[in-house]
Design a protein around this ligand. Sequence first.
Ligand code: URP
Ligand code: ZN
Ligand code: ZN
Length: 470
Amino acid sequence: MAILIKNGTLISASDTFEADILIEGETIAQIGKRLQHPSAEVVDARGKFILPGGVDPHVHLDLPMFDTVSSDDHYTGHKAAAFGGTTTVMDFVVLEGEGFAHSVDLWMKKAEKAVVDYSFHMNLTQFNEKIAKEIPALMKMGIQTLKVFTAYNGRLRLADGDIFKALQIAKENGMLTMAHCENGDVIETLVAEALAAGRTTPEWHALTRPAWGAVESTLRMAGMAAAADAPVYIVHMNAGGEVDMLKYVRERGVKAMGETCPQYLFFTIDNLRRPDGAKWVCSPPMRTQDDNARLWEGLTENILQTVGTDHCPFFFDGTKPLVYEGEPIAIPGKELGRDDFTKIPNGLPGIQDRMPVLWTTGVRAGKITANQFVAYMCANPAKIFGLYPRKGALLEGSDADIAIWDPEKKVKYGAALLHQRTDYNLYEGWELTGYPEKVFLRGKLIVDGAEWKGKRGDGKFLKRRAGEIL
Ligand code: URP
Ligand code: ZN
Ligand code: ZN
């Protein structure tokens, strides 16, 4: 069946223009003025913007953490993504002792209920000769990315020497290394000191993870990438100094790229000082207003390359069920750390929020253009992660992943409106203007206003190839 979207204003990463879009099957067949088709269903998009479906490069669905699990799975999280205009998400596979293939299989099973398209990054949290030899096989599985950590001592962190070797192997195989940059040793010392002094409230989560650790780790990671002549992608950039480091190394030809997340643009350590401060506990933590401002500059000035969510939600009070699709559900959450900030599951909801919140606060507020919005939300993540132009683009031959965006729609935002499976939202009560009206995944309408039309299992695993270095 063909669909003809007429009279809309298309927004790409570089242009804004009026055109019709003809969808045939799963792809965009034609883009042009006054298109005709004898039997297509016509969707009138006059007064609306047409955006490529969003590509969220950083989500954690069904992730085990601290005796619980992130509360969105590969159905609920995908559904929430779709309602926010996102049609492709990239999740992180936890590396189990049995190796890559086994770990990927486990994640494939979890994702059988997918409702948007998805791919995986591999958390590289162990390193030895055997693992090093297996890395190239990931590329054949369509997994083009490794995530390394300079923090979470004794759990996820690799030694710098092993990170350097991973960068070399990744480079040889056309893969990309993603890096979580904080200083694990400083954190370990400060956490022990805080606990010994009885400092257990959520703000100590931020106070024990200083911004300087993120800044020096970002420069260290870029330095190692330069020494390996390998690309690196710094995830969840949160400190203004990281933007400065990224600018510095990029100006010197280092193949470093950076992602920030909406939460780091708005919130500060003061949010963790509230009685419900655990809601804002994630790693890396919230910083200061100066950091918010510098991160915004990073977007305005094109120093950063993407905006991901790091969506990793937990209930604020997981003892109280909420009703999701008619079923009561309660999943242990932030209350696990009521008496000890180190036991608060780390992470926040955001998969649905990313595009609507950034449209109002970024595009409407004049901080970024609509084309930059599409670059950060759609095109750049697709390019960097080897999916462009199939994803992240409105081009003939691209998958027909399309968000019809109503730029005038006003929404009072908050948990009640949302499909993220958690009991709170960071943007509760915010007034947003501009919202997705219809969302198509490979030519199929999956969101129609407030109506959900997606189907479990319709989301496809995307094998990725080598990406671009932006
Ligand atoms: O607190 C967070 N962000 N949890 C997810 C894991 C990570 O490091 O991205
Ligand atoms: Zn991380
Ligand atoms: Zn993450």
